[in-house]
Write a protein that binds this ligand. Structure first.
Ligand code: NDP
Length: 493
């Protein structure tokens, strides 16, 4: 009989000693002081003091669910990943949804991108697709990330969120405009996590059996349909039900209404990449669907809320560095930065052996010479060798897994750096406003901008507003003029 299934379970200390009392502390006589020898009391209080690990610096508030992913279309001409080797293949997945800027207890309906992280437990090891509900991001260079995030957190003096900080940064970084447009559209406040799309956001690569590489973008299209909240609805819910999105997901899954997303990919050949009018590895840009149509690859369903939130969601560690053979990286600068930053964050938050925790452990055996470190819980590879090369363990690097070299000679890399289109931060946000948004969405977006920009204060207020209006103007005249009107500003270019 296991510990969990025993009928008459005896209370024990964590070291297993049955204990006789769980409410009254051991005292000198009925009213006397507490005795140091009440070990159970110390253990209980001391462990309680240590219940919290550092919350994630970003994406602290989140919820997760298990499910499965099934391959529905043959994409073997692009990838040799075993998962995609046959239509019908499937694997278990874990998904974590989150907001970005708020603390662990913040409200789910904040205007903020939503994290959309998927861990595929494949027979090739874990593949993590760690994206957002938006296809682009605010910055394209990881060097800017800490600065950007500071503006989304709290003012160093007042400890309050500050519209001035946010708009100061965005207005000084016009590359943010595309993401800012999406954020202030209705999609900036999704109606829970089930009714939004997910995007791998970066450009990735796929490599097939012939060792040929294509560049790829990943899209998870919600099968529930898109549902969003208006700004005022989202504001109201922050007070009424701060855990709105978590509740919606848990309740849907608990009653058997399992949400599903279709995984689609966009494919760009290396030749097309050279001719693409923007840098294909710039995360502030999308690849237009007309030129790079969506290709279906599979379906994911979420059908199980983990039995223990802390074990499987708080301790879940997703990292863009976790790829599998046949799915690779790209020169996207922000992706390159995240390859370093995510595992580093997990080592800090969870410990050097974070990949041994059950939720993070791959379903395949691992063979390497890493040893020791805090919380080594998988036997630490027993008596086997902890050095390489050695004459005993037979662990050898298999050259067949080598990816073809990326053709990033000076012609490509330098021309991207020098290409004037790299500073075109306006065409795509303009297309979004003019071509994609309905009149109602346009009006809501304008209202949301006006409401947020009214929060800018202080001696630099005029400078910040004018700078931002200029960016709007370059994207779309109507947008800029209507926002200026809403702010009561006479705007001249
Ligand atoms: P299409 O006209 O082919 O498709 C528009 C896309 O925009 C759809 O994917 C739609 O998602 C999505 N969308 C609609 N409203 C919003 C919104 N408020 N915020 C974010 N996405 C939205 O687009 P193109 O490929 O020609 O690109 C035009 C613009 O659409 C881009 O500049 C970009 O801003 C936006 N977009 C493009 C994407 C891409 O990968 N090409 C992806 C997402 C947005 P759905 O189909 O689920 O309704």
């Amino acid at each position: 009989m296991t510990y969990m299934t025993m009928k008459n379970k005896k209370l024990t200390t964590a070291s297993g000693r049955p204990y006789f009392e769980n409410e009254d502390s051991m005292t000198v006589g009925p009213r006397g002081p507490i005795l140091l020898q009440d070990y159970y009391l110390h253990e209980k209080l001391a462990h309680f003091n240590r219940e919290r690990i550092p919350e994630r610096v970003v994406h602290a508030k989140g919820t997760g669910a298990y499910g499965n992913f099934k391959v529905t279309r043959d994409i073997t001409k692009y990838t040799r990943a075993k998962l995609f080797s046959k239509v019908g293949n499937s694997c278990r997945i874990l998904v974590r949804f989150s907001t970005v800027g708020g603390e662990k207890g913040s409200a789910d309906t904040e205007r903020d991108p939503r994290g959309f992280a998927v861990k595929f437990y494949t027979e090739d090891g874990n593949w993590d697709l760690v994206g957002n509900n938006t296809p682009v991001f605010f910055i394209k260079d990881p060097k800017k990330f800490p600065d950007f995030i500071h503006t989304q957190k709290r003012d160093p003096k007042t400890n309050l969120k500050s519209a001035t900080m946010m708009w100061d940064f965005w207005s000084l970084n016009p590359e943010s405009l595309h993401q800012v447009m999406i954020l202030f559209s209705d999609r900036g406040t999704p109606d829970g996590y089930r009714f939004m799309n997910g995007y791998g956001s970066h450009s990735f690569s796929m490599i097939n059996k012939k060792d040929q590489r294509v560049w790829v973008k990943f899209h998870f299209k919600t099968r529930q349909g898109i549902k969003t909240l208006t700004g005022p609805q989202a504001e109201e819910l922050k007070g009424k039900d701060p855990d709105y999105a978590q509740r919606d997901l848990v309740e849907a899954i608990e009653k058997g209404d399992f949400p599903k997303w279709t995984l689609k990919i966009q494919v760009m050949t290396e030749e097309q990449a050279k001719k693409f009018k923007w840098n294909p590895f710039d995360i502030t840009k999308v690849w237009p669907h007309k030129e790079f149509p969506l290709i279906e690859a599979g379906v994911m369903e979420l059908n199980e809320i983990p039995a223990n939130y802390y074990a499987d969601v708080e301790q879940a560690a997703f990292a863009p560095a976790h790829t599998v053979d046949g799915i690779g990286l790209s020169p996207d600068k922000l992706l390159q930065g995240r390859i370093l930053a995510y595992p580093d964050a997990h080592r800090y938050r969870l410990g050097a052996n974070y990949q041994q925790l059950p939720v993070n452990r791959p379903i395949v055996p691992v063979h390497h010479h890493q040893r020791d470190g805090s919380m080594s819980v998988d036997g630490n590879s027993g008596a086997s060798q902890n050095y390489y090369p050695n004459s005993f363990d037979g662990i050898e690097a298999d050259k067949s897994y080598k990816e073809p070299s990326m053709k990033l000679d000076s012609n490509i890399a330098d021309s991207f750096n020098r290409n004037e289109k790299d500073n075109d931060h306006f065409t795509q946000p303009g297309m979004l406003f003019r071509k994609v948004m309905t009149d109602k969405e346009k009006q809501n977006t304008i209202n949301n901008f006006v409401c947020a920009l009214k929060g800018v204060n202080g001696s630099k207020k005029k400078e910040i507003l004018m700078r931002q209006l200029n960016h709007f103007y370059k994207a779309d005249k109507e947008l800029a003029l209507k926002i200026a009107k809403g702010l009561g500003i006479k705007f001249k270019v």
